[in-house]
Design a protein around this ligand. Structure first.
Ligand SMILES: Nc1nc2c(c(=O)[nH]1)N[C@H]1C(S)=C(S)[C@@H](COP(=O)(O)OP(=O)(O)OC[C@H]3O[C@@H](n4cnc5c(=O)[nH]c(N)nc54)[C@H](O)[C@@H]3O)O[C@H]1N2
Ligand SMILES: Nc1nc2c(c(=O)[nH]1)N[C@H]1C(S)=C(S)[C@@H](COP(=O)(O)OP(=O)(O)OC[C@H]3O[C@@H](n4cnc5c(=O)[nH]c(N)nc54)[C@H](O)[C@@H]3O)O[C@H]1N2
Ligand SMILES: [Mo]
Length: 675
């Protein structure tokens, strides 16, 4: 590598905890330090191209873009349009996510686009679409939670992952009604102590069985809202039959949660005048994640929560634009406005906005993991353009993905730092950071929020809208490729008109006036803070109760352990950004495995020793961090570290059959002392 870093300095911008109800003027640590990232020494400021000797060297924008266009054209003429893949991200603004979907479909004319939201929100999205006909993380404003009597949180650790959110749990805590389900006593689970509520610590991967047990009790004891079920749902009879054998004693065997606890929890939920059920990645990132989220929704529907004032069901969106990023066409099967790409009317509408014939829009592509794995395989992609994901750290069974990227003829990565994925690329394109460009994001409540440019970008970096327009021109693509985010937003708004996520009444100018804009927001509307008050989004207006079955999770035998993975307060995702901020990197400098003292003792391990965690495919060494907060049959690893320290070397290759969500949250590992 012959990169000469430009000397970094802290840039003259301060981050305000803006006065959103969602964060109450508070910002998490990553927020406060994000200005430091803007000035990191290793910020990319020129395109890089890999030379014959294997080194990445700076080049001009024209060279880099000419080369990419020429290679794309050559590969497509040999192997067809679908030989080019695009991988997007839930951190992109709405404008960029929209443009990326359009770029794939009508400039590259490939069906092969998907994004890292597949790793994040896909199970929750699939479950919500199936049950409600619409997928908006919270179908109500966050501040509605403040007055809740009971909040059941399954597999979410907002204490570390969304610290400003914790303030919305205080009302339930004050009433003793916060119930957290997590195999670890996480910082969120710890909020239930001192009368705040209850921590339920099930066997990893057994949440579906727990929910089926709860549903069984709700039905067996007639605790459900019979009128709501009759008027607002379909599918009750088959749901009832499907849980008839899930008496709490059976659920106890599967989950380790006492039957008496399951009974009392069902009663507490049913008796609350204001109750919410919320899910997070801990229950969604499993091979049965869609069904688990579905079971949580079934429970909520039986209790009549969705649409009832002061009650509801929701999922806590992850990335900066985790919600908007899943609405505007980065998904393999999606067109803007959360439309289906196989719907002829949607194709016609969007083609009209794009100024093309509907027939040139490809059909549905393939989901993220399958897309990455197809690299260099017959019928798979030969080139991949990555925008906003560090896949060689964050993908499941990550060695297989590293191998797959190695088989590509062309890997192009757009990023503002040399992430581990960018370091493998043939061409690296330096792009702008959030504070350097205009745009919008949509938060977990479906609220569209303006992000304003606060500082000038470094010379050499370019906006992704510009990159797409330059490539589109070189590829002689139809359509217009505007550089101005507000103009792209106007086009997005038109493309979304009449769709599920309808933004057609919005514009940057309107958002700049400071309105609270929850979608759907058609022209003339004032937005929709609360969904489901009168009806659900299926044609008959009713929600679907969908009977789901639990299969026994792969349980550890003998001295094996369940590996669960997740996040730390001071790191963000693949760590590409936070590992570059000294204050954050110093807080959690190395990979630590959270292990119960009894488990460690049985293996001769003391705090600070090195433990080797292995599966038949791979092994990872980590520092032992003793903690009585985790189940003795379980070990926890954060996934923020690269290379040999990547927790994803150990994660499973299994995918959810409905959402294609990877099984990030459960693998069976052997643990032994490194001597
Ligand atoms: N500090 C920080 N904040 C972040 C992020 C980050 O990387 N760092 N990432 C952002 C993103 S993209 C996302 S998606 C969100 C994720 O936010 P969360 O969903 O809160 O985060 P995780 O740590 O992945 O998982 C939550 C909890 O699930 C538990 N868990 C693991 N397996 C199981 C299981 O089988 N059952 C149950 N019930 N629980 C289980 C873990 O112990 C963990 O405490 O965070 C966002 N915020
Ligand atoms: N084992 C395990 N693995 C997991 C998870 C887990 O819980 N356990 N969680 C999964 C989840 S929920 C998620 S969301 C993924 C996240 O994992 P990734 O998809 O790898 O997300 P990031 O680490 O945020 O990487 C984003 C990259 O894009 C860059 N970037 C940021 N903004 C932009 C932009 O606007 N444009 C461009 N071009 N680049 C940008 C950043 O610098 C960074 O290099 O990880 C998944 N992987
Ligand atoms: Mo995520």
């Amino acid at each position: 590598m012959t990169l000469t870093p430009t000397p970094g300095e802290r840039l003259p911008v301060a981050v305000d905890g803006r006065d959103f109800p969602t964060n109450r003027g508070g910002l998490c640590r990553k927020g406060w330090t994000s200005t430091e990232l803007l000035g990191t020494t290793d910020r990319l400021t020129a395109p890089l191209v890999r030379r014959a000797d294997g080194r990445l060297e700076p080049t001009t924008w024209d060279d880099a873009l000419d080369l990419i266009a020429a290679r794309i054209t050559a590969i497509q003429s040999e192997s067809g349009r679908d030989a080019i893949g695009v991988f997007g991200g839930g951190g992109l603004t709405n404008e960029k996510a929209y443009q990326l979907g359009k770029f794939a479909r009508i400039a590259l004319r490939t069906s092969r686009i998907d994004y890292n939201g597949r790793f994040c929100m896909s199970s929750a999205a699939a479950a919500a679409n199936r049950a409600f006909g619409v997928d908006r993380g919270l179908p109500f404003p966050l501040s509605d939670l403040d007055t809740a009597e009971t909040i059941l949180m399954l597999g979410s650790n907002v204490g570390d992952t969304m610290p400003p959110f914790v303030s919305h749990l205080q009302g339930a805590r004050a009433r003793g009604g916060l119930i957290v389900v997590d195999p670890r006593r996480s910082s969120t689970a710890a909020l239930t102590s001192d009368g705040g509520g209850q921590h339920i610590q099930p066997v990893p991967g057994s949440d579906l069985a727990l929910l089926l047990g709860l549903i069984h009790v709700v039905i067996a004891e007639s605790l459900y809202d019979a009128r709501y079920v009759a008027e607002r749902t379909t599918g009750f009879d088959s749901l009832r039959r499907s849980v008839s054998l899930w008496w709490p004693e059976r659920a106890e065997v599967a989950t380790g949660v006492p039957a008496a606890t399951i009974r009392s929890l069902a009663r507490t939920l049913a008796q609350s005048s204001s109750a919410y059920i919320l899910t997070g990645r801990g229950v969604e990132q499993h091979a049965d994640g869609t069904d688990t989220a579905t079971a949580a929704i079934n429970l909520a529907l039986l209790l009549g929560l969705p649409g009832r004032p002061g009650s509801g069901y929701g999922t806590l969106t992850g990335q900066g634009n985790g919600q908007g990023g899943r609405e505007h066409g980065q998904k393999a099967d999606q067109l803007p406005g959360y439309r289906r790409i196989d719907d002829p009317r949607a194709r016609e509408h969007v083609a009209g906005v794009w100024g093309v014939d509907p027939s040139i829009i490809p059909g549905a592509g393939i989901p993220a993991v399958q897309l990455l794995r197809s690299s260099g395989r017959p019928g798979g992609v030969r080139a991949l353009l990555v925008h906003g994901s560090n896949v060689v750290v964050s993908s499941p069974d990550v060695q297989s993905i590293r191998d797959a990227l190695g088989r590509l003829d062309l890997l192009v990565v757009s990023d503002f730092v040399l992430s581990e994925t960018a370091a493998l690329a043939d061409v690296v394109l330096p792009v702008l950071q959030w504070a350097e460009e205009e745009g919008t994001m949509t938060n977990l409540e479906g609220r569209v929020i303006r992000r304003r440019r606060a500082i000038a970008p470094p010379a050499g970096a370019r906006s992704e809208l510009w990159i797409m327009s330059e490539l589109a021109r070189r590829l002689e693509a139809p359509g217009t490729w505007d550089l101005e985010p507000s103009v792209v937003f106007d086009e997005l708004a038109r493309a979304s008109e009449g769709g599920i996520a309808d933004y057609s009444g919005l514009s940057h100018a309107l958002l700049d006036e400071g309105i609270e804009a929850h979608w759907p927001f058609p022209a003339g509307s004032t937005g929709t803070p609360r969904l489901f008050a009168a009806s659900f989004a299926h044609p008959d207006g009713r929600a679907r109760l969908v009977a789901v079955r639990a299969s026994a999770p792969e349980t550890p035998r003998g001295s094996d352990l369940s590996l669960i993975t997740g996040r730390l307060l001071s790191h963000y995702q693949s760590g590409a950004q936070t590992r570059r901020v000294a204050e954050l990197a110093d807080a959690e400098p190395e990979l630590v495995a959270q292990l119960h003292p009894a488990t460690a003792r049985a293996r001769g391990l003391a705090d600070g020793d090195l433990v080797r965690l292995s599966t038949p495919r791979a092994a990872v060494e980590a520092r032992v961090g003793l903690s009585a907060d985790i189940r003795p049959d379980t070990v926890f690893l954060p996934f923020h570290y690269p290379g040999a320290d990547s927790a994803n070397l150990l994660t499973s290759e299994r995918l959810d059959p409905i959402s294609s969500m990877p099984e990030f949250k459960h693998a069976v590992v052997t643990a032994e002392k490194v001597v």
